[in-house]
Design a protein around this ligand. Structure first.
Ligand code: ZN
Length: 134
């Protein structure tokens, strides 16, 4: 919840949250008012609201939303991360199993998504390098 109050940018569009923030009805994203407005026009909005109310009635105040599972997917390796891994691999600067070395190389090249991904998901990173599977 702390992050919700302190973060500066919308989880969905990356826009500034200066003019207001609100929790998404679909997942736990902290979004700007424009994204909230767009959400209301989503065909599943009613379903999302009803699911949220149903969970609250059950006493679950931390319901992650009907698309909360999609948010979880973000933790997995994305195409962008793979692209960045390939950039480092092709540069040949370090052994790809040397996670710290790859992080440094990624940082030097401005590949911040990869730096953060390795930081947060070392296990997933290694298993991708070893098996090629996400
Ligand atoms: Zn937004």
């Amino acid at each position: 919840m702390d992050k919700f109050l302190t973060q500066r940018f919308c989880d969905r569009c990356g826009g500034d949250l200066e003019s207001g923030r609100i929790m998404s009805m679909f997942n736990t994203d902290c979004i700007c008012m424009a994204c909230k407005e767009a959400e209301k026009h989503d065909k599943d909005y009613r379903k999302a609201v009803e699911a949220d109310i149903a969970e609250i009635r059950k006493g679950n105040y931390n319901y992650e939303g009907i698309r909360g599972v999609e948010t979880m997917d973000k933790k997995h390796i994305t195409d962008k991360i793979i692209e960045q891994i390939i950039i480092i691999r092709d540069s040949g600067v370090c052994n790809m199993l040397d996670a710290a070395g790859v992080q440094r190389a990624a940082y030097d090249r401005g590949l911040h998504e990869l730096v953060l991904f390795i930081h947060d998901h070392k296990k997933e990173y290694s298993s991708f390098i070893l098996t090629g599977q996400r």
